[in-house]
Ligand binder design. Structure first.
Ligand code: ZN
Length: 508
């Protein structure tokens, strides 16, 4: 009998297929696995279809993954058996193992506690389990205790299987702890992921602490919280007392050897102590709220990035949220953490209805944070006539306050569709701009920097030089900014001359 399994963390996905094999490069993956009877295939996501191919081969296709890091991908080909459980809230959970282990009911314990822990984490973190299924598999020869592959967690047999007739109470506790640890990674580590390995302690410290919380919930009789000091605090102090200890945030992490060296007691135990300390002084409720905010901030960056790369799902999601608000303006249910992104995407992908709605809110909004979010969104439009009209509005301080107009220009100059129009407008209306901002401390610098920082052509350089000559007595505190803009534009032109063709042909 054979089994094939993968282990990607930290740097081995690149041995499986060509990829940007670093945690920050999240992507969606479409996986196909070939196998022969009696073996079948598992991966992170549910399978779509298994088709007969030539020579007795079968090909299993899986649903595309969510955006994820390469190190969390997983494949299994085996003839293992499984037990399955459903609960009200969470998706189906399965425990896979060698057929004889399943027959002997050694997967029962894991099968029983997994949905309870998942349900508990959903309420504890305030975020639903992110995937449509949760598989865990006991592998007869596995180097680690457990590996948190997203949706397909792998364990050595002693960390997942439990035989009540012959295994000790300690073995049972170990199974519960490792499961609670790996399942917590399905949120912290898998859904939100440190950008680079130097912050591995965030992943592992968090999972180390939460494994006590999760186990304590499902097995209060174990008195897990009393054991933290014994297992992790003492371990951390022992290692940290050595002169060869290291900072918790690692330095100079570049090679696979550097990365592998980080899976140590500092990341796990000291990291766990650190997270536990935060939870103690913040209090449990504040700690849980903090976790929720982490997820919201992370989803904010995800939504903004996804939308700006043109993800249709993302744009439609933002538009749905926005139009619900437009239909019932007195009732804005958009999460404060998502408003900047949702407003901007709704305006960018909408027309005058969306823009006018935001403009109306902007005129009457009393809260300065909300007002600033609305103002930023107005600069996201791609309609040239709306951009032109918005620029004209800035000349009337009853429509746009002087204190706000400069950030309208900076916002519009950050928009590829509006930059040229705005630069033309500023030069044309420079008498007004100078009168309002010329003697101000830094506003005029922001305007010049914001609108010229992407200049990279001879034409734009000429325009800047002409501008400097013709307005030499009207630059005020912005004189130095104009000189810097000239220098930067020349540098940008040189960069394009040197590298643009090479980069362009590489991208093609
Ligand atoms: Zn871990």
């Amino acid at each position: 009998r054979i089994i094939a399994i993968s282990q990607m963390q930290p740097t081995d996905a690149r041995k499986s297929f060509p990829c940007f094999d670093e945690p920050a490069f999240k992507a969606t993956f479409k996986i196909f696995l070939w196998h022969k009877d009696p073996n079948y295939a598992l991966s992170n996501m549910p399978f779509v279809i298994t088709e007969e191919r030539y020579g007795g081969w079968k090909r299993t296709e899986f649903e595309p993954t969510l955006r994820m890091s390469t190190y969390l991908l997983a494949f299994v080909v085996s003839e293992f058996g499984y037990e399955q459980s459903f609960t009200s809230g969470t998706p189906p959970t399965r425990i896979y193992a060698r057929p004889e282990q399943v027959l002997n009911h050694n997967v029962e314990y894991a099968k029983n506690i997994t949905p309870v822990i998942l349900d508990y984490y959903e309420s504890y973190f305030g975020v639903d389990y992110p995937l449509p299924k949760s598989d865990q598999i006991a592998v007869p020869d596995f180097a680690l205790g457990g590996m948190e592959n997203w949706g397909l967690v792998m364990y050595r047999e002693t960390a997942l299987l439990f035989d009540a007739a012959i295994n000790s109470a300690y073995s049972k506790q170990r199974v519960a702890r490792v499961i609670a640890h790996e399942l917590s990674h399905q949120w912290f580590g898998d859904l939100i992921t440190p950008l680079w390995w130097d912050e591995l302690w965030l992943n592992e410290g968090f999972a180390t602490f939460i494994e006590y919380i999760g186990t304590d919930y499902v097995e209060p009789g174990f008195r897990m919280m009393d054991q933290f000091v014994l297992y992790d605090l003492h371990d951390a102090l022992t290692v940290d007392a050595l002169t060869t200890s290291r900072p918790i945030i690692a330095e100079n992490v570049t090679t696979p050897d550097d990365i592998n060296a980080l899976f140590d007691d500092i990341s796990y135990s000291k990291g766990g102590c650190f997270i536990r300390m935060i939870s103690e002084f913040a209090g449990e409720e504040a700690f849980k709220l903090g976790l929720k905010v982490c997820h919201l901030i992370s989803s904010y960056y995800t939504i903004n990035t996804a939308c700006s790369y043109g993800s249709i799902d993302c744009i439609e999601h933002a538009q749905t949220l926005f139009h619900t608000w437009m239909a019932d303006p007195s009732n804005n249910t958009i999460s404060p953490n998502l408003r900047d992104a949702v407003y901007c995407q709704a305006v960018a992908n909408g027309g005058s209805d969306e823009w006018d709605f935001i403009w109306g809110r902007y005129q009457t909004e009393g809260d300065s944070h909300e007002k600033s979010a609305l103002q930023s969104a107005l600069a996201c439009t791609k309609q040239l006539w709306i951009i032109q009209r918005y620029l004209e509005y800035t000349l009337d301080s009853t429509l746009v306050r002087n204190q706000d107009a400069y950030s309208v220009y900076v916002g519009l100059c950050g928009n590829d569709y509006a930059r040229d129009l705005t630069w033309d407008f500023l030069r044309r209306e420079w008498d007004y701009i100078y009168e309002v901002y010329g003697s101000g401390f830094f506003r005029i610098n922001s305007i010049i920097e914001g609108c010229t920082s992407r200049f990279s052509t001879e034409f734009e350089l000429k325009e800047l030089e002409t501008f400097k000559e013709s307005r030499s007595d009207q630059l005020g505190t912005g004189a130095r900014s104009v000189d810097q803009a000239l220098e930067l534009t020349k540098t940008n032109i040189q960069w394009r001359t040197d590298y643009e063709d090479t980069v362009f042909s590489w991208l093609n």
